[in-house]
Write a protein that binds this ligand. Structure first.
Ligand code: SAH
Length: 355
């Protein structure tokens, strides 16, 4: 059934104003409603709007915040993992991590994913659908209200490829930065991509100074193409070229994710090649682009058959990068006891529904 009702939480303030004016309401009503919706209050529960307007809104529009289908709390570090149910019953995962500098949420951008990375659990069942701006925002509102503490940082590193859901993601970025809403500054937002080059180029033009995080995972095309199908469309060279342009236009640093898979991409030779590649492609002439590489021992997903690199290999890989002037750190693993990464909770939930 096609949705005929307006999704209120996906509207930017001027759009909400136009809607209310078209209903014969004064313009200022929109801001009152906007502010409360972004705190998670449904129009029907708002005390400062009348019965007649509530009825009009209920007839033509809807407001929905994801509901908590499952919640796991790490006994080790307090990391919280949510399985959120959307209005149509589809579920995605979000994770809240507590750092000294504030609470960070990792949100999903799609139900499933069609990028096909060989090591990733989120892509196994393909993509079901894109998430709406309201559903991206809703994950933060729901988690913040449940936790009772402000969430000040957002990483788009959950299920899905954010740049494969470009328009909704950009609209979400405008909404989440609105000072009347969650008011999360762009410098506190990062977006992770497997390398959708045409969209990286578009994003550079948007004047949204977020941090870009690139899932690189290999230092040569043969290896990268064998684990990341996107590399057959845009190879490493094309990707790094887009990164350079992004930095030139936005001045925002770019970080690289590198998942270490035993015997696949974790040799000292691969590390040397990676350092040379990044130095050569991103730091030519007088440019001093800050580069940071996050090393992540692969999370073992039973379907992929990959195993993570041992501590010695990880340390050697990091040391090789650092020696060659590329700052590299090994990602601290949070929520180890609740399997906080990877889209595996949604998969288990889907499997249960089918049995
Ligand atoms: N589609 C986006 C964001 C989602 S994945 C992207 O590709 O960047 C977030 C990060 O987790 C990516 O760097 C991804 O490559 C990595 N990842 C996925 N599966 C993993 C696994 N099993 N172990 C370690 N990292 C993984």
């Amino acid at each position: 059934m096609e949705e005929k009702k307006t999704d209120l939480l996906s509207l930017e303030l001027p759009e909400l104003e136009a809607l209310l004016v078209s209903m014969g309401e004064p313009k200022y009503r929109a801001e009152q409603i906007f502010v409360q919706m972004h705190r998670g209050v449904s129009p029907e529960d708002m005390t400062n709007i009348g019965k007649a307007l509530k009825q009009k809104l209920a007839d033509t529009a809807y407001f929905h915040i994801p509901s908590i289908e499952k919640k796991l709390v790490s006994a080790i570090d307090g990391t919280v993992k949510y399985l959120f149910a959307m209005r149509d019953g589809n579920c995605v995962e979000s994770v809240v991590m507590k750092y000294k500098h504030g609470n960070t949420i990792c949100i999903s951008s799609q139900v499933g994913c069609r990028m096909g990375c060989a090591f990733c659990a989120s892509t196994i069942g393909g993509k079901v659908r894109d998430l709406l701006p309201s559903e991206l925002l809703g994950q933060i509102i729901a988690a913040q209200n449940d936790g009772g503490e402000r969430i000040s940082n957002v990483v788009m590193m959950g299920i899905g490829e954010p740049l494969d859901n470009y328009d909704n993601v950009v609209k979400f970025l405008h909404l989440v930065g609105n000072e009347k809403g969650l008011n999360i500054g762009y410098r506190h937002i990062s977006l992770s991509t497997c390398g959708v080059v045409d969209k990286i180029n578009r994003l550079a033009e948007e004047d949204l100074p977020i941090t870009l995080s690139i899932s690189l995972h290999a230092s040569d095309d043969e290896t990268r193409s064998s684990i990341m199908p996107i590399n057959k469309k845009w190879n490493i060279d094309a990707l790094l070229c887009a990164c350079r342009d992004y930095f030139a236009k936005t001045g925002r640093r770019i970080s690289f994710e590198y998942t270490l898979i035993a015997g696949k991409n974790d040799s000292v030779a691969a590390a040397s090649k990676l350092a040379e590649l990044l130095n050569r492609r991103l730091r030519t002439r007088s440019e001093t682009m800050p580069i940071h590489v996050n090393l992540i021992p692969v999370n073992e997903v039973s379907e992929s058959g990959f195993t993570h690199s041992g501590k010695e290999a990880v340390d050697k890989f990091a040391a090789t990068l650092n020696k060659k002037g590329i700052r590299a750190t090994v990602r601290r693993k949070l929520g180890a006891d609740i399997n906080a990464s990877c889209g595996q909770l949604r998969r288990a939930h889907e499997d249960n529904k089918q049995n």
